[in-house]
Design a protein around this ligand. Structure first.
Ligand code: ADP
Ligand code: ZN
Ligand code: ZN
Length: 743
């Protein structure tokens, strides 16, 4: 028997299978997906590899497999990994690593996470026997008696706990073992991230008409074991989560399992608590805030079918669940479902593949769907379900748009409009809470005229130009167009042209100056790096009388604070000028989501949006949470400029520490692409990336616009392969399909 082995390596030129002989005694034990050790290359050590296929004969095989490590991967894993490697331009082994147990990818076997075990202490005799021995003075030491009496009440306790509670040393325990009173047993201990939770159980709610209709449409496919992709578009608070919960209940009743993906950032305790309240502890969670050990144990809980519901961030899509009956992606528009690292996969695409293959429905839920998804739903490529009212009759908040240009005109130079200052004061007086949001995504500032609000944009792309300090120029991230910074505003002729950019810290210090008695708490990447700090900040805000929460995107999603009645968006323009064709879409999504945090209970919420672009349609539409109107404007624009969904964007990034070389290779790749192209692909000339040097690495890129299909993938893949074969060690290239950002 011959096994086709893929070596576990990042080396691009080794992304191919090698034939190995399977020794007779291993033939019964080996399977597709097995991890093995094989002799490879010149080194004496064995290399790890994965069995991709088994066959009878081979002309090339001359070495034998040395050892089988385990059979943890399935042939479905292998099939998916192969598919991903093609689609996302990466090595098969890059994809396989995502499917292995967490903490199991290190080449150094001793560094891999394993099951955690601990010593447990048990009584070796019946309690009556021990008690009578104590009575008959066979046991005299008070310490011995104390320990045994404790064990009679608490048999089977971890040794370290026993030691801590009874203050009896291990030496004494050893003596008791020798005398035949107690035993030690090595047992598995589970690292459970939800252990500290004590959640009251709740009951399902009576669905309203809209919810019931949604439930029934999806349930039909659950009942019939059929694939369908649903876009569940419902305004914030319309009761989407309640629908998920009831669909999952149904799936579990049928003896199947459920998976729910949530954006990493909103994988807050609050959403997990709702599932715990409904389903108890048959839940496994997978996300990056868990320790490796916890993730390893959650993964095993899923593998051994002890978890019925998996809730996790993007990579949970690889969790080893069998027998799924539904897959739900909440906030499906969120950028975190797309990986920014190799393999650059999109969880939505993999979810679609898995659901189709296994015949169950996929549900994409969102208050602000991805424009591409909505377009497809409108064109009958998905089932569209819309929820138009709030489920608990909470009113949508009152949203006011404040034109910041006028603030300047009346002499207010602060970051906060007089209206926002007034509303904050009102909330402080009434002991209500406030959230202030500021979007500081993106690396570069944008350039704008302070008098008329005009932002410098590229003429042919309708994209905000980014200021590059390295060369002191304005550049377009899409077509490579560049220009000098104008001395005067091209719109109104004013010389009052400024660079903008303020973050959460600046907001916090300004608030403290204006309202010295207000208590504030800040939530952004800087403050939530520690484990559970996310949860701690939110709890602190909720329970400890903090007046104002200041934060980035993190404060926008999923939270439910009953006492928050005011949301202030300090600079709505921040996401408008990120140099990306999705700027408007992201702005609309964020504003709608942040606004949704205000007044989620009886009292109506107030939202203040500060902007220099009060007429921008994404801002205007977010005022009434009017997705439809926004979508209509946006899709027109996308069509006229040929952006997704009317094409896909493939970004080829070329990086090197050698500036000359990166330029030369980029040109070479471009020439190859032009040569291979059969006219269906639009290839832009190579240009330096918007951030053209990071840590002394020069970054160039080629933008390709086309439909992603076999033909276009082949064309690009041919050129990329040629590059890998030429073994240009000091230049690296990465291909990213529909990337999250163009930087
Ligand atoms: P979404 O996920 O769309 O934001 P949720 O499911 O969180 O909405 O629901 C918003 C609020 O409405 C929650 O407090 C929820 O308990 C409540 N709710 C949802 N469905 C119902 C229902 N059928 N009857 C009463 N209240 C409901
Ligand atoms: Zn101007
Ligand atoms: Zn351009």
């Amino acid at each position: 028997m011959i096994a086709q082995i893929m070596i576990n390596t990042n080396a691009k030129e080794l992304n191919k299978v090698f034939d190995y002989i399977v020794p007779k005694e291993m033939e019964k034990l080996i399977s597709i997906g097995a991890r093995v050790f094989v002799p490879f290359g010149r080194g004496k050590n064995f290399s790890e590899g994965y069995v991709l296929d088994l066959k009878e004969n081979s002309e090339f095989a001359n070495k034998e497999i040395a050892k089988i490590e385990d059979n943890i991967l399935t042939d479905e894993n292998i099939e998916l990994a192969k598919l991903m490697a093609e689609k996302y331009f990466c090595n098969v082994s890059d994809c396989i690593r995502l499917m292995l147990p967490p903490g199991n990818t290190s080449k150094d076997l001793t560094k891999r996470i394993r099951e955690k075990t601990a010593k447990f202490v048990y009584l070796a005799l019946e309690p009556e026997v021990i008690l009578s021995d104590i009575e008959n003075n066979k046991i005299k030491s008070q310490k011995h008696i104390k320990l045994l009496k404790f064990l009679i009440e608490n048999n089977g306790i971890e040794i370290s706990d026993l030691e801590a509670i009874t203050d009896v040393s291990r030496t004494i325990m050893k003596t008791l073992e020798k005398n035949g009173y107690i035993n030690f047993k090595e047992e598995k201990v589970e690292r459970n991230p939800l252990i500290h939770k004590d959640i009251k159980r709740d009951e399902k709610l009576n669905l309203n008409d809209e919810q019931l209709d949604a439930y029934n449409r999806i349930d039909f496919f659950i009942e019939n074991n059929e694939f369908a992709e649903f876009l569940l578009h419902g305004i914030t608070g319309s009761g989407k989560t309640e629908i998920y919960l009831q669909l999952i209940e149904k799936v579990l009743k049928l003896g199947k399992r459920a998976m729910v993906l949530v954006p990493e950032i909103s994988l807050t305790p609050q959403i997990i608590d709702r599932f715990l309240a409904r389903f108890g502890d048959c839940i496994a969670v997978l996300h990056s805030k868990l320790s490796d050990g916890e993730r390893f144990d959650e993964w095993n809980k899923i593998k051994e079918d002890r978890a019925k519901i998996v809730i996790g961030a993007r990579s949970a899509i690889f969790a080893p669940v069998k027998n799924l009956g539904i897959l739900i992606i909440d906030e499906a528009h969120d950028a975190s479902y797309k990986s920014d690292m190799t393999p650059r996969y999109h969880a939505k695409e993999l979810a679609r593949y898995i659901a189709k293959k296994n015949n169950f429905p996929l549900v994409l839920g969102s208050a602000t769907p991805d424009v591409v998804d909505y377009y497809k739903a409108e064109n009958f490529d998905k089932e569209l379900i819309e929820l138009n009212k709030r489920a608990n009759d909470a009113k949508l908040p009152d949203v006011k748009i404040i034109d910041m240009r006028k603030q300047l005109a009346i002499g207010n130079r602060s970051m906060f409009s007089l209206e926002l200052q007034e509303e904050i004061q009102k909330n402080l007086n009434q002991h209500k809470q406030t959230i202030l949001f500021i979007n500081r995504r993106g690396y570069s500032t944008f350039v704008m005229c302070r008098d008329c609000g005009h932002t410098m944009k590229c003429n042919s792309c309708n994209i905000a130009l980014t200021y590059h300090s390295y060369e002191n120029r304005l550049k377009c991230h899409y077509c490579g167009h560049e220009e000098l910074i104008p001395k005067k505003c091209p719109e109104c002729g004013s010389k009052n042209i400024k660079y903008f950019g303020a973050g959460t810290q600046k907001v916090e210090s300004e608030i403290q100056k204006l309202f010295p008695n207000a208590t504030t708490i800040r939530m952004d990447i800087d403050t939530v790096t520690k484990k559970n700090s996310h949860e701690q900040i939110l709890n602190k805000f909720k329970n400890e009388d903090i007046d104002i929460l200041i934060g980035t995107q993190m404060v926008a999603k999923g939270h439910h604070f009953p006492n928050v009645t005011l949301v202030g968006i300090v600079a709505a323009d921040g996401s408008l000028n990120i140099g990306d064709y999705r700027a408007e879409e992201r702005t609309f999504q964020t504003l709608t989501q942040v606004s949704g945090r205000a007044g989620r209970e009886k009292e109506k919420g107030r939202v203040i949006i500060q902007t220099y672009n009060p007429d921008n349609y994404s801002i205007v539409c977010s005022q009434k949470q009017d997705y439809k109107k926004f979508y209509e404007g946006e899709i027109q624009l996308r069509k006229s400029l040929n952006y997704p969904p009317f094409c896909d964007i493939i970004l080829i990034r070329i990086h090197s520490e050698n500036e000359e070389k990166v330029k030369k290779i980029s040109q070479k790749i471009y020439d190859e692409l032009i040569k291979e192209n059969n006219k269906n692909i639009l290839i832009y000339k190579p240009v330096p990336s918007p951030i053209d040097k990071i840590q002394n690495v020069y970054r160039w890129r080629i933008v390709v616009k086309c439909k992603l299909n076999r033909n276009s993938l082949n064309t690009i893949s041919k050129v990329v392969k040629k590059f890998y074969e030429s073994r240009n060690k000091d230049v690296s290239i990465v291909v990213d399909c529909n990337p999250n950002n163009m930087l």
